[in-house]
Design a protein around this ligand. Structure first.
Ligand code: AMP
Length: 213
């Protein structure tokens, strides 16, 4: 089976866009803890209500809540996953190995990009609520304003936490937690650093090489 793939990178570094391509071209299964948490909020569950304000502030939800949600939504014996948004800190990296990855082969990929460019990218991000296609009003705007190129849906939404204030906190949280995670995977020889400023095709090429080699 293909290696389980752990995508590491700041919010807005392009993980979601690349994950969609890995699903359609390399048959991976995408699992995003941010999306799982947002679904809990939309469904009005107890968990969703508990995490809503934390997410709106751009802070991290506690490790065990996210791990449990992740565990109950994946089966590594039957699928090769792209883990998107988990782990966010060294504790989560260890939990992921101990609880889920265990003896399965895995690789970690870091989307390396100048963090100063990301705030603007995030604030201009829009996602199609119908098919999940991701746009950027500055660099990848839909051909017709407000209409998804892919499914023609008209629900191009801005994520609630893609506002200026929350974006600053999210990037700060990322800066404060990522280094030990990178060191953890690097020390095991599992880490590849990608140049995430290369544009979608350039980044995908690097990802494909990593998965296949
Ligand atoms: P994302 O969609 O990955 O940008 O995540 C959106 C928000 O969900 C984050 O700002 C956190 O509040 C929460 N979140 C997602 N994944 C995790 C995680 N692994 N640990 C803690 N909080 C998370």
């Amino acid at each position: 089976m293909k290696p389980q793939l752990i995508l590491l990178g700041a919010p807005g570094s392009g993980k979601g866009t690349q994950a969609a391509r890995l699903v359609s071209e390399l048959s991976y299964t995408h699992i995003s803890t941010g999306e799982l948490l947002r679904s809990e909020i939309s469904s009005g569950s107890e968990l969703g209500n508990r995490v809503q304000s934390i997410m709106n502030e751009g802070k991290l939800v506690d490790d065990n809540t996210v791990l449990e949600l992740l565990s109950s939504n994946c089966d590594l014996d039957t699928n090769a996953y792209i883990f998107d948004g988990f782990p966010r800190n060294i504790e989560q990296a260890k939990l992921l190995d101990d609880v889920l990855i265990k003896e399965h082969a895995s690789k970690a990929v870091y989307f390396d990009i100048d963090l100063d460019k990301l705030a603007e990218r995030l604030i201009n991000r829009r996602t199609c609520d119908d098919c999940g296609e991701i746009y950027n009003l500055l660099s990848k705007a839909p051909k017709v304003e407000g209409v998804c190129d892919k499914c023609k849906g008209t629900n191009l939404a801005q994520r609630k936490d893609d506002n200026k204030e929350t974006v600053v906190t999210r990037l700060e949280v990322f800066k404060n937690t990522i280094e030990p995670v990178l060191e953890y995977y690097e020390s095991q020889g599992k880490l590849t650093r990608l140049d995430a400023s290369k544009g979608a095709d350039g980044v995908f090429e690097q990802l494909e090489n990593t998965v296949k080699n």
